[in-house]
Design a protein around this ligand. Sequence first.
Ligand code: SF4
Length: 413
Amino acid sequence: MEQRLAFKRPAPIVPAFWLFLFRMCGRGEGWGWPGGGVMCRDSRDSRGRVRGARGFTGRLLCWYRENARDLPWRRSVEDPYRVWVSEIMLQQTRVEAVIPYYERFIRSFPTLDALASATREDVLRHWQGLGYYRRAHLLHEGVRWMLRERGGRYPRSRDEWRLVPGVGDYTAGAMASICYGEPVGAVDGNVRRVFARWFAWETPLDRGPGMVRLSRAARLFAGWSGDPGAWNQAVMELGARVCVPARPRCGECPVRVYCRGERSGNPAAFSRVRKRALPVRHAMWVWAPLTEEGWWVRRRSVSGLWAGLWEFPGTPCEEGCAKWSLAWSRFQGEAAPRATVAEVNMGEEFQHRLTHREYGFRPVFLRLTGAPRVEAGAATRLVGDEELMALPMSVPQQRIRAWARVCAEASTA
Ligand code: SF4
């Protein structure tokens, strides 16, 4: 009879053992399981050097190298011009919104020289819809300054970057650390929130002693990390994707074991954003006047809202916007005393919300006989259809422009 070999079944390894083993790895070698789902070994940094995954900075860098989003500007960190453009565009704006604008901008202005020789209007046209137009003016000014004052040589340190017009503390720190590896911090809203939670800091970090403490900590950690550019980006990435404002996803966080905020049981309580005041409401009549010589448009001032963009003239609504004719005659009296209205078309009111303001626009198409006052070199122009479409305008003005052209076509048909 065939003898059956009898193997003794090994005793099952209890899950508690694996738990113990993983915890040990987490403590000893920087494998991040105890911190929440990160399995990360030594890897290479942005300059090709081998970096360990030990400790706090190692874990975060390791997580960043394995999880960083593939963004167009991250593919060209060796080109300070591209990093500069991206850093300016990313201020107060979401990454997803920036990507198409960045790609189009770089296609049209691939180098410092290309942007410096572009007209302000062309730059604004590439920025229209992205908002905060003052950034476009400052970037353009900064690029021209760089060519004029430094012959196109980029600064290498944060202090030198601070001398460039339009470059503030955050951008200077980001440029110096990402492009040249200077151990300095780059503190934006995400970084502020992440540090506040790591250290359970309750004092406001955007002013006074809290701000000083934060900038010192950001600089120290950037230095300790051994790769300041990647470190600064890693903290921002963590703040944007894991340590988010309302409900931080601590279960996915690579540095959870070090986080005092998480240990407190309520990490979201740290670095709360101050409540925004309710937006102020403004109601406006917007005149879309078509004269015998073209569309009547004007350019906004280069500071303030929609800086330097073109628009149809408008008048604030008074007395509840009841009568357009009263508002128009007041406006016309000053700007176009010889013009008479040959045709009117009232558009529907629409709302446009900004961070601190809410606008209610009431567009009115007017066919005029008799031209308005247009002084040479002034911010007012009469333009043809083609030129009108090429002018950089804000999003609500683009909407009015499209509607006004339909009105004009209907009235000539
Ligand atoms: S609060 Fe949570 S997500 Fe933010 S750093 Fe701490 S553990 Fe990570």
